[in-house]
Write a protein that binds this ligand. Sequence first.
Ligand code: RI2
Length: 309
Amino acid sequence: MTMVSRAVDKAYRDIRSMRVRGALDIAIYAAETLAGVVKATPGPTANIRKELARAGARLKESRPTAVSLPNAVDYVLYLGKQHKKLAEKDFRAAMAADIKAFVAEQKAALSKIAEYGSRLIKSGDDILTHCNSDTALQVIIAAHKQGKTINVVADETRPRNQGLLTVKALKKAGLKPTLIIDSACYYHMKALEIDKVIVGADAICANGDVVNKIGTAQVALAAKSLGIPVIVAAESIKFSPATVMGGLVEIEERDPKEVASIRGVTVKNPAFDVTPNEYVSMIVTEHGVMPPQAAYQLLKEKYAWEWAP
Ligand code: RI2
């Protein structure tokens, strides 16, 4: 194994094992891994591009659902195509600068979403969140930093209990979160008079349907029945250009052992579900707050490079 393929293999395993997780973080990690490929692969330019394509394909295979991952990889490969006429040294420099700019753009998107999303939160709000979305958390933390009093309820999010990461992060930020079991969502929505549900996303489809951690659709359904708005916080890197062409987002099926191991019992463990757009009140992106039905428009504007000949 070469040094390059060892680094790509490590990134593949880090994402697959969820050592690095969260839709935005895996996109950034993939882009930075590809920057490393550009730096370490011997020239000429055509050879670096060949290695990039190989590494990109491998990284895309690590997890199937969060569309931010293939979007980041495809963008880096597109950059490679844009710079293909450059000689080796210039190619490396241009790619390094462009990938760095891409990563900075993703981080700036997160800050913008925190700013826009925080304006939707009022002092005194009771908020429920599901799983562990850094983007949703940054919205809540930004509102907290503005001095608003917020009560946050996080559900456990079985089977990997990522709600625990959420309450720890909120506690660290100075909030006093409440942890509940997944099946107590509806109960607490009523009992605590939840004002808003705020979640992240792994993929947003062209029609505004939201793919997020398993259980999100149930939470949204319960919220809808109680008239509670569901706010999705997601960078445009999580919008799926493939769905414009009729593609479907693959739902990751994880090891049943994460749930239980009982001889003779079939255990199913899908990691994500699809919340239909009618259960989503709004999506907060770095381009502003929009209804889910505007996803198509954002995709057409933002992903023109995907369809470029
Ligand atoms: P951020 C996560 O997936 C969760 O489903 C979370 O809601 C979503 O990605 C977005 O995460 P996983 O990697 O990018 O935990 O907002 O399976 O952090």
